[in-house]
Design a protein around this ligand. Structure first.
Ligand SMILES: Cc1cc2nc3c(=O)[nH]c(=O)nc-3n(C[C@H](O)[C@H](O)[C@H](O)COP(=O)(O)OP(=O)(O)OC[C@H]3O[C@@H](n4cnc5c(N)ncnc54)[C@H](O)[C@@H]3O)c2cc1C
Length: 336
Protein backbone atom coordinates (compact mmCIF):
# COMPACT_ATOMS: atom_id res chain seq x y z
CA UNK A 1 0.00 0.00 0.00
CA UNK A 2 1.44 3.33 -1.02
CA UNK A 3 -0.05 6.50 0.44
CA UNK A 4 0.05 9.30 -2.11
CA UNK A 5 -0.27 13.01 -1.31
CA UNK A 6 -2.07 15.71 -3.33
CA UNK A 7 -3.20 13.04 -5.73
CA UNK A 8 -5.16 13.96 -8.88
CA UNK A 9 -8.66 12.45 -9.07
CA UNK A 10 -9.12 13.33 -12.75
CA UNK A 11 -9.00 9.66 -13.78
CA UNK A 12 -11.03 8.54 -10.77
CA UNK A 13 -14.32 10.31 -11.52
CA UNK A 14 -16.43 9.94 -14.68
CA UNK A 15 -17.44 13.63 -14.51
CA UNK A 16 -13.74 14.33 -15.25
CA UNK A 17 -13.51 17.00 -12.58
CA UNK A 18 -9.93 18.09 -12.00
CA UNK A 19 -9.61 17.92 -8.21
CA UNK A 20 -7.05 16.46 -5.84
CA UNK A 21 -7.21 14.30 -2.74
CA UNK A 22 -4.98 15.33 0.15
CA UNK A 23 -4.21 11.62 0.59
CA UNK A 24 -4.99 8.65 -1.62
CA UNK A 25 -4.41 4.94 -1.23
CA UNK A 26 -5.41 1.85 -3.15
CA UNK A 27 -6.32 -1.26 -1.14
CA UNK A 28 -6.11 -4.75 -2.65
CA UNK A 29 -7.29 -6.94 0.25
CA UNK A 30 -9.51 -6.91 3.33
CA UNK A 31 -6.39 -6.93 5.53
CA UNK A 32 -5.06 -3.81 3.81
CA UNK A 33 -8.46 -2.16 4.26
CA UNK A 34 -8.46 -2.97 8.00
CA UNK A 35 -4.87 -1.79 8.40
CA UNK A 36 -5.35 1.58 6.69
CA UNK A 37 -8.61 2.27 8.54
CA UNK A 38 -7.05 1.43 11.93
CA UNK A 39 -4.18 3.87 11.37
CA UNK A 40 -6.40 6.64 10.00
CA UNK A 41 -9.56 6.25 12.07
CA UNK A 42 -9.78 9.94 12.99
CA UNK A 43 -9.43 11.25 9.46
CA UNK A 44 -12.16 12.13 7.00
CA UNK A 45 -12.27 9.08 4.72
CA UNK A 46 -14.05 8.56 1.41
CA UNK A 47 -14.28 5.14 -0.22
CA UNK A 48 -14.17 5.10 -3.97
CA UNK A 49 -14.95 2.47 -6.60
CA UNK A 50 -15.06 3.42 -10.28
CA UNK A 51 -16.06 7.05 -9.56
CA UNK A 52 -19.07 6.92 -11.92
CA UNK A 53 -21.65 8.14 -9.40
CA UNK A 54 -19.84 10.95 -7.66
CA UNK A 55 -19.40 14.72 -8.04
CA UNK A 56 -16.44 16.40 -6.35
CA UNK A 57 -17.10 20.11 -5.81
CA UNK A 58 -13.59 20.85 -4.50
CA UNK A 59 -10.33 19.19 -3.50
CA UNK A 60 -10.90 16.43 -0.96
CA UNK A 61 -9.15 17.30 2.29
CA UNK A 62 -9.09 13.79 3.75
CA UNK A 63 -8.06 10.30 2.69
CA UNK A 64 -9.54 8.56 -0.33
CA UNK A 65 -9.45 4.77 -0.19
CA UNK A 66 -9.76 3.28 -3.65
CA UNK A 67 -11.23 -0.23 -3.30
CA UNK A 68 -9.40 -2.55 -5.67
CA UNK A 69 -10.14 -5.98 -4.13
CA UNK A 70 -10.37 -8.55 -6.92
CA UNK A 71 -11.66 -12.10 -7.38
CA UNK A 72 -14.81 -14.07 -8.14
CA UNK A 73 -16.06 -17.62 -7.57
CA UNK A 74 -19.04 -19.65 -8.75
CA UNK A 75 -20.80 -22.30 -6.71
CA UNK A 76 -23.56 -24.38 -8.32
CA UNK A 77 -26.24 -24.91 -5.67
CA UNK A 78 -28.74 -26.94 -7.70
CA UNK A 79 -29.41 -27.74 -11.35
CA UNK A 80 -31.10 -24.38 -11.87
CA UNK A 81 -29.10 -21.93 -9.79
CA UNK A 82 -25.57 -20.84 -8.96
CA UNK A 83 -24.24 -18.47 -6.35
CA UNK A 84 -21.59 -16.16 -7.68
CA UNK A 85 -19.38 -14.16 -5.34
CA UNK A 86 -17.32 -11.21 -6.47
CA UNK A 87 -15.04 -8.74 -4.73
CA UNK A 88 -15.72 -5.01 -4.63
CA UNK A 89 -13.00 -3.93 -7.05
CA UNK A 90 -14.22 -6.02 -10.00
CA UNK A 91 -15.56 -3.92 -12.85
CA UNK A 92 -19.35 -4.35 -12.99
CA UNK A 93 -19.71 -4.67 -16.76
CA UNK A 94 -16.84 -7.16 -17.05
CA UNK A 95 -18.52 -9.11 -14.27
CA UNK A 96 -21.82 -9.15 -16.22
CA UNK A 97 -19.94 -10.38 -19.31
CA UNK A 98 -18.23 -13.08 -17.25
CA UNK A 99 -21.65 -14.29 -16.03
CA UNK A 100 -22.99 -14.26 -19.61
CA UNK A 101 -20.00 -16.33 -20.78
CA UNK A 102 -20.87 -18.88 -18.08
CA UNK A 103 -24.53 -18.73 -19.21
CA UNK A 104 -25.60 -17.34 -15.82
CA UNK A 105 -28.78 -15.29 -16.07
CA UNK A 106 -30.29 -12.49 -13.99
CA UNK A 107 -28.10 -9.43 -14.55
CA UNK A 108 -28.13 -9.18 -18.36
CA UNK A 109 -30.46 -6.13 -18.15
CA UNK A 110 -27.78 -4.39 -16.05
CA UNK A 111 -25.21 -4.60 -18.88
CA UNK A 112 -22.91 -1.63 -19.49
CA UNK A 113 -23.61 0.14 -16.17
CA UNK A 114 -20.26 1.74 -15.32
CA UNK A 115 -18.55 1.33 -11.97
CA UNK A 116 -17.52 -1.53 -9.72
CA UNK A 117 -19.20 -4.52 -8.10
CA UNK A 118 -18.80 -3.10 -4.57
CA UNK A 119 -20.79 0.03 -5.38
CA UNK A 120 -23.68 -1.83 -7.02
CA UNK A 121 -25.60 -2.34 -3.73
CA UNK A 122 -25.06 1.30 -2.64
CA UNK A 123 -27.85 2.62 -4.84
CA UNK A 124 -29.29 -0.80 -5.73
CA UNK A 125 -28.36 -0.28 -9.36
CA UNK A 126 -31.19 -0.71 -11.77
CA UNK A 127 -31.97 -0.58 -15.46
CA UNK A 128 -34.50 -1.95 -17.96
CA UNK A 129 -36.79 -3.49 -15.34
CA UNK A 130 -34.13 -5.20 -13.20
CA UNK A 131 -32.58 -4.10 -9.93
CA UNK A 132 -29.61 -5.60 -8.11
CA UNK A 133 -31.91 -6.64 -5.23
CA UNK A 134 -33.71 -9.08 -7.57
CA UNK A 135 -30.66 -11.38 -7.57
CA UNK A 136 -28.96 -10.29 -4.35
CA UNK A 137 -28.19 -12.86 -1.64
CA UNK A 138 -25.78 -11.11 0.73
CA UNK A 139 -22.66 -9.00 1.00
CA UNK A 140 -19.65 -8.93 3.26
CA UNK A 141 -19.44 -5.56 4.98
CA UNK A 142 -16.52 -3.88 6.71
CA UNK A 143 -17.57 -1.52 9.50
CA UNK A 144 -15.11 1.35 9.51
CA UNK A 145 -16.12 2.42 13.04
CA UNK A 146 -15.08 -0.78 14.81
CA UNK A 147 -13.07 -2.53 12.07
CA UNK A 148 -15.30 -5.63 12.09
CA UNK A 149 -16.61 -7.62 9.12
CA UNK A 150 -20.21 -8.86 9.00
CA UNK A 151 -22.49 -10.56 6.48
CA UNK A 152 -25.52 -8.43 5.43
CA UNK A 153 -28.51 -10.24 3.92
CA UNK A 154 -31.25 -8.83 1.70
CA UNK A 155 -33.30 -7.40 4.58
CA UNK A 156 -30.27 -5.89 6.33
CA UNK A 157 -29.48 -3.84 3.21
CA UNK A 158 -32.92 -2.06 3.16
CA UNK A 159 -32.93 -1.86 -0.65
CA UNK A 160 -35.30 0.56 -2.31
CA UNK A 161 -35.45 2.50 -5.57
CA UNK A 162 -31.84 3.77 -6.01
CA UNK A 163 -31.35 3.43 -2.28
CA UNK A 164 -29.96 1.20 0.46
CA UNK A 165 -28.55 1.38 3.96
CA UNK A 166 -25.11 2.07 2.41
CA UNK A 167 -26.23 5.34 0.88
CA UNK A 168 -26.52 6.99 4.30
CA UNK A 169 -24.34 4.80 6.58
CA UNK A 170 -21.04 5.72 4.97
CA UNK A 171 -19.00 3.72 7.49
CA UNK A 172 -20.35 0.44 6.06
CA UNK A 173 -18.07 -0.70 3.25
CA UNK A 174 -18.97 -3.54 0.90
CA UNK A 175 -16.05 -5.92 0.47
CA UNK A 176 -17.75 -8.54 -1.69
CA UNK A 177 -21.19 -9.67 -2.72
CA UNK A 178 -23.08 -12.85 -3.48
CA UNK A 179 -25.74 -13.11 -6.18
CA UNK A 180 -28.09 -15.97 -7.07
CA UNK A 181 -28.21 -16.46 -10.83
CA UNK A 182 -29.92 -18.99 -13.08
CA UNK A 183 -28.02 -21.76 -14.89
CA UNK A 184 -30.79 -22.42 -17.40
CA UNK A 185 -34.54 -21.78 -17.92
CA UNK A 186 -33.70 -18.11 -17.75
CA UNK A 187 -36.48 -15.63 -17.15
CA UNK A 188 -36.19 -13.11 -19.98
CA UNK A 189 -37.30 -9.63 -19.00
CA UNK A 190 -37.49 -7.61 -22.20
CA UNK A 191 -40.61 -5.52 -21.69
CA UNK A 192 -38.94 -2.29 -20.53
CA UNK A 193 -37.36 0.69 -22.23
CA UNK A 194 -37.58 -0.52 -25.80
CA UNK A 195 -35.71 -3.82 -25.27
CA UNK A 196 -38.40 -5.77 -27.18
CA UNK A 197 -38.28 -3.27 -30.05
CA UNK A 198 -34.50 -3.55 -30.21
CA UNK A 199 -34.69 -7.36 -30.21
CA UNK A 200 -37.17 -7.04 -33.09
CA UNK A 201 -34.72 -4.77 -34.95
CA UNK A 202 -32.04 -7.42 -34.43
CA UNK A 203 -34.43 -10.03 -35.87
CA UNK A 204 -34.48 -12.08 -32.64
CA UNK A 205 -37.71 -13.94 -31.78
CA UNK A 206 -36.64 -16.19 -28.89
CA UNK A 207 -34.01 -14.13 -27.08
CA UNK A 208 -31.28 -15.59 -24.92
CA UNK A 209 -29.73 -13.67 -22.02
CA UNK A 210 -26.89 -12.68 -24.37
CA UNK A 211 -29.41 -11.25 -26.86
CA UNK A 212 -31.04 -9.19 -24.12
CA UNK A 213 -27.62 -7.90 -23.09
CA UNK A 214 -26.82 -6.94 -26.68
CA UNK A 215 -30.16 -5.13 -27.03
CA UNK A 216 -29.59 -3.22 -23.76
CA UNK A 217 -26.05 -2.27 -24.86
CA UNK A 218 -27.31 -1.00 -28.22
CA UNK A 219 -29.99 1.14 -26.57
CA UNK A 220 -27.58 2.51 -23.95
CA UNK A 221 -24.95 3.35 -26.58
CA UNK A 222 -27.56 5.31 -28.54
CA UNK A 223 -29.08 7.11 -25.57
CA UNK A 224 -26.32 7.84 -23.09
CA UNK A 225 -23.14 9.88 -23.49
CA UNK A 226 -20.00 7.79 -23.01
CA UNK A 227 -18.02 9.25 -20.06
CA UNK A 228 -14.84 8.56 -22.08
CA UNK A 229 -15.93 11.32 -24.47
CA UNK A 230 -18.13 13.59 -22.32
CA UNK A 231 -17.79 13.75 -18.54
CA UNK A 232 -21.00 12.68 -16.79
CA UNK A 233 -22.30 10.41 -14.03
CA UNK A 234 -25.43 9.03 -15.67
CA UNK A 235 -28.77 10.16 -14.25
CA UNK A 236 -28.15 13.08 -11.94
CA UNK A 237 -31.62 12.93 -10.34
CA UNK A 238 -33.98 10.17 -9.24
CA UNK A 239 -37.41 9.86 -10.80
CA UNK A 240 -39.78 11.33 -8.18
CA UNK A 241 -42.58 9.19 -6.77
CA UNK A 242 -45.81 11.05 -5.96
CA UNK A 243 -49.43 10.28 -5.03
CA UNK A 244 -52.51 10.48 -7.27
CA UNK A 245 -53.55 13.87 -5.83
CA UNK A 246 -50.26 15.33 -7.05
CA UNK A 247 -50.66 13.81 -10.52
CA UNK A 248 -54.19 15.27 -10.78
CA UNK A 249 -52.92 18.69 -9.69
CA UNK A 250 -50.15 18.70 -12.32
CA UNK A 251 -52.57 17.47 -15.01
CA UNK A 252 -54.50 20.76 -14.71
CA UNK A 253 -51.61 22.47 -16.52
CA UNK A 254 -49.85 19.52 -18.13
CA UNK A 255 -52.47 17.09 -19.34
CA UNK A 256 -49.84 14.83 -20.92
CA UNK A 257 -47.71 14.25 -17.80
CA UNK A 258 -46.19 10.76 -18.13
CA UNK A 259 -46.46 8.60 -15.02
CA UNK A 260 -46.17 4.95 -14.08
CA UNK A 261 -47.91 3.24 -11.19
CA UNK A 262 -45.33 1.62 -8.89
CA UNK A 263 -47.70 0.61 -6.11
CA UNK A 264 -51.07 1.61 -4.66
CA UNK A 265 -51.35 5.44 -4.87
CA UNK A 266 -47.67 5.79 -5.81
CA UNK A 267 -46.70 7.00 -9.28
CA UNK A 268 -43.27 7.54 -10.77
CA UNK A 269 -42.79 10.62 -12.95
CA UNK A 270 -39.77 10.66 -15.31
CA UNK A 271 -37.48 13.39 -13.95
CA UNK A 272 -36.23 13.88 -17.54
CA UNK A 273 -39.70 15.08 -18.55
CA UNK A 274 -39.86 17.54 -15.63
CA UNK A 275 -36.40 18.90 -16.53
CA UNK A 276 -37.37 19.24 -20.17
CA UNK A 277 -40.55 21.13 -19.25
CA UNK A 278 -38.46 23.36 -16.99
CA UNK A 279 -36.53 24.38 -20.12
CA UNK A 280 -33.18 22.74 -19.39
CA UNK A 281 -33.03 20.00 -22.03
CA UNK A 282 -29.89 20.47 -24.13
CA UNK A 283 -28.97 23.75 -22.36
CA UNK A 284 -25.30 24.47 -23.01
CA UNK A 285 -23.43 26.77 -20.66
CA UNK A 286 -20.10 26.46 -22.46
CA UNK A 287 -18.03 24.16 -20.29
CA UNK A 288 -21.03 22.30 -18.93
CA UNK A 289 -24.71 21.71 -19.54
CA UNK A 290 -27.63 19.32 -19.82
CA UNK A 291 -27.27 16.58 -22.42
CA UNK A 292 -29.16 17.27 -25.66
CA UNK A 293 -31.06 13.99 -25.81
CA UNK A 294 -31.01 12.90 -22.14
CA UNK A 295 -32.07 15.73 -19.85
CA UNK A 296 -31.40 13.64 -16.73
CA UNK A 297 -27.70 13.68 -17.55
CA UNK A 298 -25.61 16.73 -16.64
CA UNK A 299 -22.39 16.94 -18.59
CA UNK A 300 -18.90 18.39 -18.39
CA UNK A 301 -17.91 19.43 -21.92
CA UNK A 302 -14.38 20.08 -20.67
CA UNK A 303 -12.75 21.95 -17.80
CA UNK A 304 -15.97 22.59 -15.88
CA UNK A 305 -15.60 22.64 -12.12
CA UNK A 306 -17.62 20.46 -9.79
CA UNK A 307 -19.18 23.68 -8.45
CA UNK A 308 -20.40 24.60 -11.97
CA UNK A 309 -22.25 21.28 -12.24
CA UNK A 310 -23.51 21.46 -8.67
CA UNK A 311 -24.89 24.99 -9.18
CA UNK A 312 -26.59 23.87 -12.40
CA UNK A 313 -28.22 21.00 -10.48
CA UNK A 314 -29.51 23.49 -7.89
CA UNK A 315 -30.99 25.72 -10.62
CA UNK A 316 -32.76 22.74 -12.16
CA UNK A 317 -34.15 21.72 -8.77
CA UNK A 318 -35.36 25.26 -8.09
CA UNK A 319 -37.17 25.68 -11.42
CA UNK A 320 -38.73 22.19 -11.28
CA UNK A 321 -39.89 22.92 -7.76
CA UNK A 322 -41.34 26.30 -8.76
CA UNK A 323 -43.33 24.83 -11.66
CA UNK A 324 -44.39 21.44 -10.27
CA UNK A 325 -43.89 21.72 -6.47
CA UNK A 326 -41.75 18.60 -6.68
CA UNK A 327 -38.43 18.33 -4.90
CA UNK A 328 -36.00 16.45 -7.16
CA UNK A 329 -33.64 14.19 -5.22
CA UNK A 330 -30.11 13.73 -6.51
CA UNK A 331 -28.95 10.25 -7.44
CA UNK A 332 -25.28 11.23 -7.74
CA UNK A 333 -23.24 11.42 -4.53
CA UNK A 334 -22.18 15.05 -4.14
CA UNK A 335 -19.04 15.70 -2.13
CA UNK A 336 -19.39 19.27 -0.81
C1 LIG B 1 -23.03 6.73 -18.36
C2 LIG B 1 -23.54 6.25 -17.03
C3 LIG B 1 -24.67 5.45 -16.99
C4 LIG B 1 -25.16 4.98 -15.76
N1 LIG B 1 -26.28 4.19 -15.77
C5 LIG B 1 -26.76 3.71 -14.61
C6 LIG B 1 -27.92 2.87 -14.61
O1 LIG B 1 -28.47 2.52 -15.64
N2 LIG B 1 -28.37 2.43 -13.41
C7 LIG B 1 -27.77 2.77 -12.23
O2 LIG B 1 -28.24 2.34 -11.18
N3 LIG B 1 -26.68 3.56 -12.21
C8 LIG B 1 -26.15 4.04 -13.35
N4 LIG B 1 -25.05 4.86 -13.35
C9 LIG B 1 -24.46 5.25 -12.06
C10 LIG B 1 -23.25 4.39 -11.62
O3 LIG B 1 -22.64 3.76 -12.71
C11 LIG B 1 -23.64 3.33 -10.60
O4 LIG B 1 -24.25 3.93 -9.50
C12 LIG B 1 -22.44 2.50 -10.13
O5 LIG B 1 -22.88 1.46 -9.29
C13 LIG B 1 -21.41 3.34 -9.39
O6 LIG B 1 -20.25 2.55 -9.22
P1 LIG B 1 -18.84 3.18 -8.91
O7 LIG B 1 -17.93 2.05 -8.55
O8 LIG B 1 -18.40 4.03 -10.03
O9 LIG B 1 -19.19 4.05 -7.64
P2 LIG B 1 -18.42 5.32 -7.07
O10 LIG B 1 -18.81 6.51 -7.91
O11 LIG B 1 -16.98 5.05 -6.91
O12 LIG B 1 -19.09 5.47 -5.65
C14 LIG B 1 -20.46 5.78 -5.52
C15 LIG B 1 -20.82 5.90 -4.03
O13 LIG B 1 -20.67 4.62 -3.41
C16 LIG B 1 -19.70 4.66 -2.36
N5 LIG B 1 -18.97 3.40 -2.46
C17 LIG B 1 -18.16 3.00 -3.49
N6 LIG B 1 -17.73 1.75 -3.27
C18 LIG B 1 -18.27 1.35 -2.09
C19 LIG B 1 -18.20 0.15 -1.32
N7 LIG B 1 -17.49 -0.90 -1.72
N8 LIG B 1 -18.89 0.09 -0.15
C20 LIG B 1 -19.62 1.13 0.28
N9 LIG B 1 -19.73 2.30 -0.40
C21 LIG B 1 -19.06 2.40 -1.57
C22 LIG B 1 -18.85 5.90 -2.63
O14 LIG B 1 -18.29 6.42 -1.44
C23 LIG B 1 -19.87 6.83 -3.25
O15 LIG B 1 -20.64 7.48 -2.27
C24 LIG B 1 -24.52 5.34 -14.56
C25 LIG B 1 -23.37 6.14 -14.60
C26 LIG B 1 -22.88 6.59 -15.82
C27 LIG B 1 -21.64 7.42 -15.88
Amino acid sequence: MILKNNYSLLNYNSFKIDVKAKEFVEVNSTDELKEICKINNRKEILFLGGGSNILFTKDFQGLIIHLNLKGKTIEKIDSNHSIISAYAGENWNKFVNYCLEKNLGGIENLSLIPGNVGSAPVQNIGAYGTELKDVFVSCEVFNQKDCTVKEYNLDDCCFDYRNSIFKTKKHLIIISLKLKLTNNDHYINSSYGGVNDELGRLGIKNPTIRDVSEAVINIRNRKLPDPKNIGNAGSFFKNPIVDLKKIEAIKKNFIDIPNFKVEENKFKIPAAWLIEKAGFKGKNFGKFGVHKSQSLVLVNYGNASGKDIYKLSLSIKEVVNRIFKINLETEVNIIL
